[in-house]
Design a protein around this ligand. Sequence first.
Ligand code: NAG
Ligand code: NAG
Ligand code: NAG
Ligand code: NAG
Ligand code: NAG
Ligand code: NAG
Ligand code: NAG
Length: 567
Amino acid sequence: MAGGLLKYATFLVLGALLLAQHGRASYGNEKGTEWPLLLEQVSALPDLYEASVAELGAGLNAGIFTSVDLVKAYFARIDEVNLHGPALRAVIEKNPSALAEAAALDAERTLLGPRGLLHGVPVLVKDNIATVVSEGMNTTAGSFSLEGSIVPGDAGVVKRLRAAGAIILGKANLSEFSHARGTLAPGWSGRGGQCTAAYYPGADPCGSSSGSGVAASIGLASVTLGTETDGSITCPASRNNVVGIKPTVGLTSRAGVIPITAHQDTVGPLVRSVSDAAIVLSVIAGPDPNDNYTLAQPSILPDYLSALNTSALQGTRIGVPRAVFLEASYSELDDTILSAYTTALETLKTLGATIVDPADLPSAYEIATSKNESVVSRTDFKVQLNAWFESLLSNPSGVRSMADLIAYNDAHPELEEPSNYTDQSTLIRAEASEGFNSTYYQSLAYNHELGRTRGIDAALKKYDLDALVLPAAGYVTMPAAIAGYPIVTVPLGFYPDNTPAVPTGPATFYPAPGVPFGLSFLGTAYSEYNLIGYAYAYEQKTMTRLQRKAYAAAIPSMQLVNVIGKQ
Ligand SMILES: *[C@@H]1O[C@H](CO)[C@@H](O)[C@H](O)[C@H]1NC(C)=O
Ligand SMILES: *[C@@H]1O[C@H](CO)[C@@H](O)[C@H](O)[C@H]1NC(C)=O
Ligand SMILES: *[C@@H]1O[C@H](CO)[C@@H](O)[C@H](O)[C@H]1NC(C)=O
Ligand SMILES: *[C@@H]1O[C@H](CO)[C@@H](O)[C@H](O)[C@H]1NC(C)=O
Ligand SMILES: *[C@@H]1O[C@H](CO)[C@@H](O)[C@H](O)[C@H]1NC(C)=O
Ligand SMILES: *[C@@H]1O[C@H](CO)[C@@H](O)[C@H](O)[C@H]1NC(C)=O
Ligand SMILES: CC(=O)N[C@H]1CO[C@H](CO)[C@@H](O)[C@@H]1O
C-alpha cells in the first residue's frame, strides 16, 4: 500500500514536470476542454465509469497515467463483465495490438506532445467497421461467415481516428448485420452472442449498435462508434443512458463499413457526454474519396466544440411533431416516457426556447404507413453486400455473395441459427429484390419527399423552427432515416423501480426497472452544430445520466489504480 502511495506521489511529481515541459499543448475551446488543466484537477485518477475525454487527456498530459495504463484498465473491465459476472457480451474482440499502439503513442506524447484531444484515447468500434487485418482483428458484422476474412484496409473513419492518435481498443457486438438479417432479438450476433444492457439484468440493449451503447454506458472504453441506418445509434443511446450522434448521411465516411444502404447508413459516436460526442464527431467528420457522398458535404465544417454553449437554446424555436409519435404503432411511447418528455419541454422553455406544439410533418401519416424505405434498403442491401463480399481479399468461409450467406447460415445452424435466433427473412427478401428498376427510383424519390420536402424541412419552414424534439424511444427515427438527416440523442429519464419487466426476446426485457430512455433533437442536413448546442444546453441543465448507475454486478470494479505500475 505504502509502495503504491509512493508510486502515486512519484506520478504526481512526474506529472508536474511533464506539465511544465508540455505547457505548450493547448487544444479545444474556451469552455473547459482546454489543456493543460491545473494539476489539482487531475491529481485524482478519473473513475473510468464516467471519465470524459478531456479528463483522460489531462491525466495523460500530466503523466499521471499512460495510454498503456488506460488500455490495460479497459481490458480488465471488459474481462470482468463481458463473459463473466453479468455476461453483457458487449465486446466481440479486443485488439491484440492495442498495448503496443498505446506504448508508441505514449512515447510520442512525451517527445512531441499530443496530436489532439483523442491522442492515446481508446476507442471501441462496432464490428461492421473495418480495421486492417495485420492489427489482428476481424471485421464481421457479428457473422461467422466473415470470420478470418481479409478486408482491403481500415474504414475511412478508422483512418481518421488513427491520424488523431486514437487507439482502436476492440470491436463491439451488434445486432448481426446491423439488424438486417431477420427478426432477431436486438444485440444478438452469431459471433458475439446476446448482448444485454447494464441497467437491469437481461435488459434489451436495443440495436443495432448494442455493444457500443452498453460499453460506453459503463466505461468499457473511453468512447465508442456505432452506425445507424434507421435507429441504430439513437435507440441504443436511449436505452443505455448515453449520448449518440447520428450524423447527416455524407458527413462521416462509410467506406469500409459493412453496408445496408448508402442512402441511409451513417457512422457516429456513442459516448457519455455531449462534449465527448462533439470531440469524436470533429475527428471522424470530413470528406473521403472512397465515399462519394462525403464529397457533397459543406467544404468547411464548423468547429463542433464551439457549439458547446449552455445558452445555445436562447431565442430558438423548437417544434414538437406530435403526429409522428401519436401514431398507434409507436406503442413504446408510454406514460412514463411521455411525462418525462413533457417535463423536458418545460426545461427547454426555461433554457430560452419557444416550444411550438404541435409542429407536425405534413407527411407524418404517410411515413407511418409507407413501405418505400424497405423497397430502397432491400435493393441497396443486396447490391452493396454483394460488393462487400467481392471486395474481400479472401474469405475462409467461402461466402462471396448474399445468396452464399443465406446458404451458409442454413448450413451452420449451430453457429448462426441456434434456437430462438433462427430468422433470416430480411436477407431472403433482399436477395429477392430485382435491382434498380422504376419502382426503386420512385420509392427513393418518395423517401426524400416524405422525409425532407414534405417532412422535416417542411415542418422547419412552416413553423419557422430551428429544430424538432422527440422522445428517442420507439421507432420515431424513420423521418430522419429516409431523409438522411441528423439526430442528437441525450439521456431523458429512467423507468421507475416498480416497472414490470416485459420480455422482448428469449433473454431480454424492455421496459424494466431502472431502464433508461433518451430525448432526440432533429434538424435539417448538416445541422449537427446547432443540434449539439441544444443537446448540450439540455444536458448541462439536467445531468440526467448521473441520476442512475448500472446494476451493481454490471459496474466493473477495475480502475487505473489497479493497473498503474503493474506488468
Ligand atoms: C479472427 O477471429 C478468429 C477466431 O476468433 C481468431 O482466431 C483470429 O485471430 C481473429 N483475427 C484475425 C485477423 O483473423
Ligand atoms: C457516387 O458514385 C456513384 C457511382 O460510382 C453514383 O451512382 C452516385 O450517384 C454518386 N453519388 C453521389 C452522392 O455523388
Ligand atoms: C452562446 O450562445 C448565446 C446565445 O445564442 C450567444 O449569445 C453567445 O455569444 C454564445 N457564446 C459563445 C461563446 O459562442
Ligand atoms: C411510397 O410513398 C408514396 C407517397 O406517400 C405512397 O403513395 C406509396 O404507396 C408508397 N409506396 C409504398 C411501397 O409504400
Ligand atoms: C422492381 O423490383 C421489385 C423487387 O425488387 C418488384 O417488387 C417490383 O415490382 C419491380 N418493379 C417493376 C416496375 O418491375
Ligand atoms: C427460447 O426462448 C424461450 C422463451 O422465449 C425460452 O423459454 C427457451 O429456453 C429458449 N430456448 C433456448 C434454447 O434458449
Ligand atoms: C472480448 C471477448 O470477451 N470476446 C468474446 C465475445 O464472445 C465470444 C462468444 O462467446 C467469445 O468467443 C469472445 O471471446
